[in-house]
Design a protein around this ligand. Structure first.
Ligand code: NDP
Length: 242
């Protein structure tokens, strides 16, 4: 059986992606950091689509924890394969750089960039040997244009964009695609403290996007139909930046 793993699947964009992949028929592994109650809600939504759902909490930026979790999962699923990986877990800790602490810098970069590296490296061998894989990295408008107050987050997301393009070339011949999705402002916990009224005036579409809208794009990139798209960064931002 082919499974999909969504990091940071307990809430927001990750949850919407879990449900969309479930609609496509994938059994879903929901990774999260600490919010078990939210992860349980995602599980209920995924199971409502008639597929299996497993919760797999671990910190994506902890290499040992990633290896342990994935090894344990594989031992209990000897005949199963994770063929879809959505690297979605991410945090932001905004500050002007002049005031930014080491912790703000490292935690944001470790979650997005190290998280991408540790989880993807772990699953690549299986994808390469099965010659089947879809990897979608959730990056950000911030990683494309840079946003003041987010040097840590912009750097993390820009780095993942670079890695996406490089890895896509490494594994294309093995029928594995690697793409990035770069959302603008999407209504989730991450953006709940922003001044939406003011910000939406700057967005040509005049509104924030919905997690579901991002999930539809991710689901397409994860589908068989997207076999010839790789190394791409696709924006979904209501026209805010092209
Ligand atoms: P949320 O804050 O709503 O959810 C974040 C998710 O990531 C949660 O599931 C959280 O788990 C998980 N997570 C955080 N740190 C870790 C970690 N170290 N290990 C494992 N899981 C972790 O975020 P969004 O849904 O808004 O964002 C999802 C992705 O989309 C992020 O990468 C973000 O940078 C990106 N993005 C979001 C935009 C937006 O406007 N919302 C715009 C552009 C990009 P738990 O519930 O346990 O805390």
């Amino acid at each position: 059986m082919n499974y999909a793993l969504v990091t940071g699947g307990s809430r927001g964009i990750g949850r919407a992606v879990c449900v969309k992949l479930a609609e496509m028929g994938y059994p879903v592994i929901v990774n999260y950091s600490s919010n078990k109650a939210a992860a349980e809600e995602t599980k209920t939504l995924v199971e409502a689509q008639g597929v299996a759902c497993e919760l797999l909490p671990f910190n994506v930026s902890d290499a040992v924890a990633v290896d342990r979790a994935m090894d344990t999962w594989q031992e209990s699923h000897p005949d199963d394969h994770i063929s879809v990986l959505i690297n979605n877990a991410g945090i932001c800790k905004d500050s002007l750089m002049v005031f930014m602490s080491d912790e703000q810098w490292h935690s944001v970069i470790d979650t997005s960039l190290d998280g991408f590296f540790f989880v993807t490296r772990k699953l690549l061998k299986g994808m390469i040997s099965k010659r089947k894989g879809r990897i979608v990295n959730i990056v950000s408008l911030s990683g494309l244009k840079g946003i003041a107050g987010q040097t840590n987050y912009s750097a993390a997301k820009a780095a993942v964009i670079g890695a996406t393009k490089a890895l896509a070339q490494e594994v294309a011949a093995r029928k594995i695609t690697v793409n990035a999705v770069a959302p603008g402002f999407i209504t989730t916990d991450m953006t709940k403290d922003l001044d939406e009224e003011a910000l939406k005036k700057t967005i040509p579409s005049g509104r924030f996007g919905l997690p579901d809208e991002v999930a539809d794009l991710v689901a397409f990139l994860a589908s068989e139909k997207a076999a010839y798209i790789t190394g791409e960064v696709i924006s979904i931002n209501g026209g805010l930046y092209t």
